[in-house]
Design a protein around this ligand. Sequence first.
Ligand code: SAH
Ligand code: SF4
Length: 397
Amino acid sequence: MLNDILGEPPLDNTLNDAERVRILAKTALFAPPPAVLADGRREIVGLSREALAEALAALGEKPFRAKQIWHWIYNQGVTDFGAMSSIARPLQARLAEQFVIGRPEASAVQTSADNTRKFLFRFRDGQEAETVYIPDRKEDRGAVCISSQVGCTLSCRFCHTGTQPLARNLGPAEIVGQFMAARDSYGEWPSPAGETPRLLSTIVLMGMGEPLYNYENVATAMRIVMDGEGLGLSRRRITLSTSGVVPMMDRCGAELGVNLAVSLHAVDDALRDEIVPLNRKYPIAELIGACRRYPGSSNARRITFEYVMLRGVNDSEAEARALVRLIAGIPAKVNLIPFNPWPGSTYLPSTRQRLDRFARIVTEAGFAAPIRTPRGQDILAACGQLRTESRRARTVA
Ligand code: SAH
Ligand code: SF4
């Protein structure tokens, strides 16, 4: 059972049984509600291909129907069974009796002065999470930043989401649905064939929550997104960011093989323990070990280390030098993120001079070290600024 849910233990046994039980218990406690409406209809978005085929087999339909319906939903973007013109009317009607093709409801949409667009999505049980579309400033395309949880358990000191206790995990329909609803908003259907880029051509799992604490749902969602007959984003167009859930990094690499971003933010355990409290469980040496093991990393496919620049806290030249020693030999780039303030935050962004010096040391050591321009700050859409009012629903005793 444990293995079914968490996968085989990695060979080096980094994920011991106690940890596996703990992660599993947490996952169950914060599970999303079943994707079923009050009238009994099931949400069809978010079913894996296998689950869709099974559901159709139960209706007495042949496997090719699943392929057709998949195409309508994920390639054409239809939200109405009546629009599936290759499906006969009686079957359309039966499908509509049993299923809905849903989207999270956008309860607020704000567009920043720099064209970054933030969506507040409300799910069926009223819980809300935010999604951000960040257009590239040069090219005619951009990334959709997706949330994996409502709130977060991890309380990193500099992060607004970390001040919102975890309400619950998001389900596959809700994770894929954020991307589909963002595409709706830009009229981006049908999905492009192959790798032809569209405006919304990349996914970054960098919104609210820790994706590796909701691994199963995130994995199901990403498999749907990567399916070549539907949305068709290649794994190279997906980046998952983690604050360092070491045991799950191995699994993510082996099973999904998406690009990895690691929220490092400090180069010694004393400081990282304080600002990224998960470090007390998985200290820096273990985290870097997992990065070295991450499959497929090469110069063409580098791991991104995220480093939020906090004035006077982690931005010294000595720390820049320690950083390059720490990641030596890993095909990597370092994203230097100027701290984005939020209501009640106590840190200050590093000065431009400190940013530049830090970047220069890292660059001279041979790593790309772009300083990220904050995007969507005016609408609280930049890194670490997302937060909603959702609270955990009271559990029935
Ligand atoms: N929970 C995952 C995914 C969130 S990604 C993770 O932590 O990796 C969001 C990125 O923005 C992370 O690197 C996070 O550490 C960073 N971040 C959080 N608060 C920030 C802030 N106020 N300013 C700049 N970056 C921040
Ligand atoms: Fe959670 Fe990531 Fe924010 Fe830390 S930085 S509190 S892990 S969302």
